[in-house]
Design a protein around this ligand. Structure first.
Ligand code: ZN
Length: 481
């Protein structure tokens, strides 16, 4: 069986292949970092991280281009900046920096593109102009709006029609627009607000249009996968489709597959500041093992709503210890006799592991197989499985930190004595000094000065530092440590 994914657009699980056969182009709606991120955000981005890893794994073998935007200007970032006497950029830099640090802690990889809305104003304005020119949008005295009734397929993604939406949504009347369902593409600036020029007046983009414009600029249409949380299906994704597809040839979709991660409740309730159960992700990660959080999320299917409790995280912790133990045994003392060992039993486990992922990313099933495999301790499979699930990165990092702790601080002086003529080691700690030496060795190898490269490697080996060259660079461990 090959990879199958649930597509919100068709409401069916479908075989997946990239449209061009090679590169999977993914756009996931990113954070609006005008406040602290919470654990619900982490769940969604963590899932798409695993999806990326699996698409790129040799089993699928696709190239992946992953775009995740940053909504850097919105009412809240402007209001916070005003309250604090600072700029919206400073507010965004603070919260987004904190979010990125949390993502690194959780082992979520960096996006390939991370477009900020305010850096793509030209593209956004061009798209709005095209919508106005084609009769899909109109200017009023407070901004530019999309005319929902001009787009007959509106509501298709959320499987609701316009009449139902009008009755159900109880949208507040806005005297500035022609119809309650119409939504803002451009908002004119009030005095003192950040503003950009447009043919209709100084202002800033609406939230929905930035995703349509930036995905168009970076990926084109149709791209392969559009992702986000289920809370974004309506109205955000519905509006993105209206904006993008209004300008596309008939029957052309903005995105082929729409994937939505289910919501995370906190002690049975929706997470919100007003309920008092909102804990910033950054502080939660100080109390809990990031690996346990990753495991807890992967133990629940991404489409199932999930309830986060302190008990649940406790249960995940015991699973983490099992994995850590197996990993340490295999990683610290190399077992060459196990490398490449693919007996019948491992082949069968491996097949079941990937079959689970092929089944609409059933990470819970895959984890079950991983735990079964711990008994057979096959280094190659463990490393492969942990890599796909994004657990390996966190373990490698832990190992590096642990290794540093066992290095004699005097190594800095000894490396300087041995390599001072070719490596500048000034003021670094052991980790920095080793990193400098590794950089120098890699530079020497690049310059085909293998004698120098060997000299550096030998100097490190004399200190018990063992180098491993991988596709993501050179890592080191302490021999016998
Ligand atoms: Zn979006």
């Amino acid at each position: 069986m090959a990879l199958q994914l649930y597509n919100t657009r068709t409401r069916a699980v479908e075989p997946f292949a990239p449209l061009d056969g090679e590169t999977v182009r993914i756009y996931v709606c990113g954070l609006t970092p005008s406040a602290e991120a919470h654990l619900g955000h982490a769940r969604s981005f963590l899932f798409f991280d695993v999806l990326r890893r699996y698409l790129a794994h040799p089993r699928n073998g696709y190239r992946v281009t992953y775009v995740q935007n940053v909504t850097d200007v919105d009412d809240r970032s402007i209001a916070t900046a005003e309250r604090e006497g600072t700029t919206f950029e400073a507010v965004i830099a603070r919260f987004y920096g904190s979010f990125k640090a949390s993502m690194r802690t959780l082992g979520v990889r960096e996006p390939d593109f991370e477009p900020y809305a305010t850096q793509h104003i030209d593209t956004i304005v061009d798209m709005i102009a095209a919508l106005v020119a084609d009769g899909f949008a109109y200017a009023t005295d407070d901004g530019v709006y999309f005319r929902v009734k001009s787009f007959p397929r509106y509501g298709a993604l959320s499987h609701r029609n316009v009449d139902e939406l009008l009755i159900g949504a109880r949208i507040a009347e806005n005297e500035h627009k022609d119809d309650p369902l119409d939504f803002a593409l451009w908002k004119f600036a009030k005095p003192g607000e950040p503003a950009w020029p447009s043919p209709w007046g100084l202002g800033r983009p609406g939230w929905h249009i930035e995703c349509s414009a930036m995905s168009h600029e970076l990926l084109g249409e149709p791209f392969d996968i559009h992702g986000g949380g289920t809370d974004l299906i309506f109205p955000h994704h519905q509006n993105e489709i209206a904006q993008s597809e209004a300008l596309l040839p008939p029957h052309t979709h903005m995105a082929n597959v729409w994937m939505h991660g289910a919501m995370l409740n906190f002690d049975g309730k929706k997470m919100s500041k007003s309920l008092g159960n909102f804990e910033p992700l950054s502080s939660l990660l100080q109390r809990h093992d990031p690996l346990a959080i990753r495991l807890l999320f992967l133990q629940t299917g991404y489409r199932k709503p999930m309830n986060f409790t302190e008990d649940a995280i406790g249960a995940a912790t015991s699973g983490v210890e099992k994995i850590r133990k197996a990993y340490d045994m295999l990683a610290v003392s190399h077992h060459p006799e196990l490398e490449g060992q693919r007996d019948v039993r491992v082949a069968e486990l491996r097949e079941r592991f990937f079959a689970a992922l092929d089944d609409d990313m059933n990470t819970a099933g895959a984890l079950g197989v991983l735990f079964e495999s711990l008994a057979s301790l096959n280094a190659a499979f463990l490393e492969e499985a942990l890599g796909v699930l994004g657990i390996g990165d966190i373990l490698t990092r832990e190992l590096a930190v642990a290794a540093v702790a066992t290095v004699d601080p005097a190594i800095v002086e000894r490396l300087r004595a041995a390599l001072g003529d070719v490596v500048a080691i000034n003021g670094e700690g052991p980790e920095g000094a080793i990193a400098r030496a590794i950089d120098a060795r890699n530079a020497a190898r690049k310059a085909r000065d293998f004698a120098l490269a060997d000299r550096v490697r030998n100097a490190l080996a004399a200190e018990g530092i063992v180098l491993t060259d991988g596709k993501d660079g050179t890592t080191w461990t302490v021999a016998g440590g």
